[in-house]
Design a protein around this ligand. Sequence first.
Ligand SMILES: [Zn+2]
Length: 267
Amino acid sequence: MIREVYLLVFGGWVGLKVVYHELYRTVYASDPAAEAGRIESIYDVIATYFEFVQPEPASEEDIRRAHTQRHIDSIKADKQLYKVAALAAGGAVTAAELAYGGEPAFGLIRPPGHHASGDSCWGFCFFNNMAIAILKLRSEGKAEKVFILDIDLHFGDGTVNILGGLPGISILNPNHGGRKEYLEEVSGQLKVEASRGCDIVAVSAGFDEYVLDWGGRLKTEDYKTIASMVKEFSDENCSGRRFAILEGGYYHRDLGKNVKALLDGFA
Ligand SMILES: [Zn+2]
């Protein structure tokens, strides 16, 4: 109660929008990303701090910029899965559009997407939310130069397969040493991107590098540090255009805390 009053009196929500839909709570598969309680563990921690925005599902036309018809039809064979996967892609599109319009955004979405390639998918992913969002912006002549930072534990092969070869798109999956080297790799690449120029920066935000998660590398404060670096980079190079979308992260107990740390740095 005290916190709510404080927020009302002192300017309300922090300037970042969270894109979210109740349907993301659906248990659409039997993998760790779809596990009951995962989205809830994040929602419960961040709900009072940020303004929430509800997305529409991505259209099939949007999805087709990143995927073959054959792949789309294979997901469609499971109606419930298609519904939530298209809604996750739509959540990424909304986050990207908000960011392009100057409002930083986070897509609290699932299923994740960075292991989905044009004609196949694995690793709890079905449609590549990031690729669909970026290709939508580009179809409207926006976001010629894009920097994608993928901080999930796992290499975002799907994103690289779909977007990696396109002119103007740069992708980093940092993977060096311990915490210190990891953060240095991110900051070093941001310097390179600054010299190259950038229209929008996007983060595939997985939290499975966390010390108590599968990767065992990053601390909670590191998510804030990374997000602060991205914020500063975007403020200096692309009018603050930045968004992040949820990928992996399976240690439910601290997942909300880690997402909050990222959003605090990002806002
Ligand atoms: Zn992962």
